[in-house]
Design a protein around this ligand. Structure first.
Ligand SMILES: Cc1cc2nc3c(=O)[nH]c(=O)nc-3n(C[C@H](O)[C@H](O)[C@H](O)COP(=O)(O)OP(=O)(O)OC[C@H]3O[C@@H](n4cnc5c(N)ncnc54)[C@H](O)[C@@H]3O)c2cc1C
Length: 447
């Protein structure tokens, strides 16, 4: 990965070099650099959303620099559950989920926790989340999510081909499992909703279920197989491979923590933690769960919270898992990756500062051992990531109040799934082209 480091004030470099920079400068109009303006596009945040935005812009021949404090695909986008969950269209805030809350919250290591000390800070977000579950808001979010997912699948399939990463795709579906008839019946309204939108699935039991995943505990009485569900070999490797393609097209990386952004009609000024600045003509904020902090100093108040998630990645030999297994009643999944067997999920609404509580990873691993009795739980690597989440379960994709600045963050549980579509939409917005989707439900000013 090429790191372009420089000190003092500099442009986000043009590529190819601007013809304005030739030797006959006395005879021509001043270049953007000479007028103190940036020439290229800056992307703040090198997670999967920033990587895809950079890739689409680089494909369009634009000069792009990605800034990140850690690296390319090194934070939340590195350790997720690897699903292209194109059929996961149901918004999180719905009556069924809200009914489950008291039971889940009663278990400190269960699928959902809120550290009591964080509750006062979280309350405004929770109230918005609650309101988003009202029928008319829910229907609107569902319709928006369905449109987004159609685009998400089409864009990922195209990007996998163009970037040569298609071999990293696994197309073996998912299997959701239920421990009782009552749990199965409770899932049926959600499946009926998905059916409305043409999402294919098959309820299974007995031998068929056992053939989809041998070695399951007999506690599971029924399952639902979703053939169109896809996963990737490893989300971190996929992100880095897509970035390698973007770099070949001229995209650059700069290792830097961004403290502040200012934007005006002459472009954006980016202030780095080392005291230097960069200029850019246009700027995209893709800083995941930290994006609202940058948006705030640009004049936009966006109620972004984080749903922290945990997992353990075991050696590949831990168990022969045939496809992603989903234990919705327990809020976690098991994904077979090329690099290991990943067991995890859960939601901890605990903000961006609190240290991780890996007791959550352990609790899910213990359950996994009960659900797949032959599983070897040893030798795992624990991890926590920050899902960037908005209360209506939709990301923010659109123009900021500040001129030339765009936002793409808040994809919650679906950032990997929707990254290519978001890259495409950001490219259209930055280039002033009409996006293929009505972006009204995603606009940053909707709150
Ligand atoms: C346990 C778990 C399982 C998940 N499973 C799935 C799944 O199966 N499928 C799916 O689609 N999604 C899944 N997700 C969600 C998905 O991982 C996220 O939605 C996605 O990674 C968010 O990507 P991002 O690029 O917005 O953010 P990030 O990956 O967090 O990237 C943001 C980047 O911005 C950088 N940054 C922030 N502030 C600054 C600053 N001031 N200066 C410089 N750099 C900065 C950070 O260093 C970071 O690299 C899961 C998440 C978790 C936690």
């Amino acid at each position: 990965m090429a790191a372009a480091r420089s000190r003092g004030s500099a442009d986000v470099q043009g590529n190819p070099k601007s013809p304005d920079e030739g030797p006959s400068s006395a005879l021509r109009a001043p270049s953007p650099r000479e007028r103190g303006e940036g020439e290229g596009i800056a992307i703040v945040g090198g997670g999967i959303i920033g990587i895809c935005a950079a890739t689409y812009l680089a494909e369009a021949g634009r000069s792009v620099t990605v800034f990140d404090r850690t690296g390319i695909c090194e934070e939340t986008s590195s350790g997720n559950a690897a699903a292209f969950a194109f059929s996961d269209v149901l918004p999180l805030a719905h009556k069924g989920m809200i009914r489950q809350l008291p039971k889940w919250l009663a278990d400190p290591l269960g699928p959902l926790t809120i550290p009591p000390a964080y509750l006062p800070k979280l309350l405004p977000w929770l109230i918005r989340f609650w309101r988003a579950g009202a029928a008319k808001h829910y229907e609107a979010s569902l319709a928006a999510q369905v449109g987004m997912m159609k685009l998400a699948e089409a864009e990922w399939m195209g990007l996998l081909d163009r970037s040569g990463t298609r071999p990293m795709l696994r197309e073996d579906g998912s299997l959701e499992l239920y421990e009782s008839e009552a749990e199965f019946r409770a899932s049926l309204p959600g499946w009926a909703e998905r059916e409305r939108f043409g999402i294919g699935f098959r309820h299974v039991e007995g031998e068929e279920m056992a053939s989809l995943q041998p070695g399951l505990s007999p506690r599971f009485v029924k399952g639902t197989f979703v053939p169109g569900w896809k996963t990737v070999a490893d989300p971190k490797l996929l992100g880095k491979a897509v970035w390698a393609y973007a770099e070949k097209l001229g995209a650059r990386f700069e290792h830097a923590r961004i403290e502040r952004i200012e934007a005006g009609t002459n472009g954006a000024t980016i202030m780095l933690a080392d005291g230097t600045t960069r200029k850019a003509k246009q700027l995209v904020v893709t800083a995941g769960a930290w994006s609202h902090l940058l948006a705030k100093n640009l004049g936009d108040r966006i109620p972004l919270e984080t749903e922290r998630g945990y997992n353990t990645t075991l050696p590949v030999s831990a168990f022969d898992v045939k496809r992603q297994l989903i234990f919705s009643g327990h809020g976690f999944v098991i994904t077979p990756l090329e690099t290991g067997l990943r067991v995890g999920g859960a939601v901890e609404l605990g903000g961006i500062e609190r240290p991780p509580n890996f007791g959550r990873s352990k609790a899910m691993l213990e359950k996994a051992k009960r659900f797949l009795p032959g599983l070897d739980p040893s030798g795992g690597r624990e991890w926590m990531g920050f899902r960037p989440s908005l209360p209506d379960s939709l990301p923010v994709i659109g123009a900021a109040r500040a001129p030339g600045v765009f936002y793409a963050f808040g994809h919650g549980h679906l950032g990997l799934t929707q990254a290519a579509a978001t890259g495409r939409l950001i490219r259209d917005l930055v280039l002033g082209q009409t996006p293929p989707l009505d972006l009204t439900p995603f606009r940053p000013q909707r709150f």
